[in-house]
Design a protein around this ligand. Sequence first.
Ligand SMILES: Cc1cc2nc3c(=O)[nH]c(=O)nc-3n(C[C@H](O)[C@H](O)[C@H](O)COP(=O)(O)O)c2cc1C
Length: 405
Amino acid sequence: MAFFADILAVPDRFQNSNDSQLRYGALGSLRLDPVVVLTAMAAVTQHLGLTSTRSTSHYQPFEVARSLATLDHLSAGRAGWNVVTSFQDAESRNFSRREQIPREKRYDRADEFLEVVHQLWDSWEDDALRFDRAAPLFAEPAKVHHIDHEGEWFSVRGPLNVPRPPQGYPVIVQAGASDRGRDFAAQWADVIFVSHDSLESAKDFYSEMKARVRKKGRDPASLKILPAATPLVGETQALAEEKNRLLQSLIDPVAGLSTLSYHLDVDLGQYPLDSALPDINVPGVKGHYDEVREATDRDKLTLRELGRRYGSRYEGDLVGTPEHVADGLERWFREGAADGFMIAAPYQPGGFEEFVRLVVPELQKRGLFRTAYSGQSLRDHLGLERPAHGAWRERATPRVDRKAA
Ligand SMILES: Cc1cc2nc3c(=O)[nH]c(=O)nc-3n(C[C@H](O)[C@H](O)[C@H](O)COP(=O)(O)O)c2cc1C
């Protein structure tokens, strides 16, 4: 599965300016629209899953249901949606709002958004298309339904003008780490994307999430947990370390701090570079704060050192030979911290090319990576069932309960 994160602004949280993002080509400086890019990729690939981020705080359910259903049709069942609630005022300002919707409210809206999107995907029954010229019957009107949704945030009549997606519903990916975010994931997600600073915190998260899923009455295996991993691989250990030294020497700490500032939604440019990360109540992404808090406290990092580390995002224990990198990934998998990984590259496209050429064969030798595809859809690749028409209802909190809560 290829996965594109996304945001909807050039961030300006660091010193109230987008200068640092643009100057260093930092993470948020440039983002092509992922659905458009993935659609182009669908045309030149056969098996690759194609997952796009789309925000429930800024888009409308009809738009998202339609574009993801379209991608699922064009790719013969390979679409995924990374559901995000967004976390920057800069994004709100591009969508006719002065500031963000408060976090709890963002998740209320997200819950209703997911309900509406699933109803739209179900607004055509699986066998609604007939293509019967003689009758004539292109589509059976009795099998295409209005949804007549009237809620707190949305009013949507339906039906969608795209038939039910080949996967039933595109794969739902999610990455929230707050209590409410985890609950939302346990309810709706097929895949969780997460980043951790250590094996211990990854294991805690993994077992806590699987327990939450069980409590919702779902099979824990129906939610796949994929931590981010950024391996730096070389044919020899010495080569990998040499690359590491070179890459480290290229990183300006301000680039990393600028990205961390928008992730936390806190201006880190107001603190001296040689001070430590202060204890803050972050309005932004809690998962990223937990990760850097753990690293700062353990390794006694200054902001300068933290900025350098955040600017590179690859971990010391995944720097080395293909065997060494495979050992690290295998350990996380076997010790109950991961069902798989979201691999990022320390540089592109070489970092991906090396991972595929050097590490994948090592994982295959160990029986940890497929050597052939056994199905066509992204759900097949992930070992997830195709949801039947109406299956989303088992996942949704009935709206009356939500109102009472
Ligand atoms: C590993 C990871 C990746 C994320 N990727 C994105 C992203 O691409 N776009 C986005 O708007 N939010 C992204 N988020 C933010 C979450 O989707 C969520 O909006 C945010 O974490 C706030 O929710 P929380 O307080 O439950 O963590 C990411 C979060 C994490 C932990």
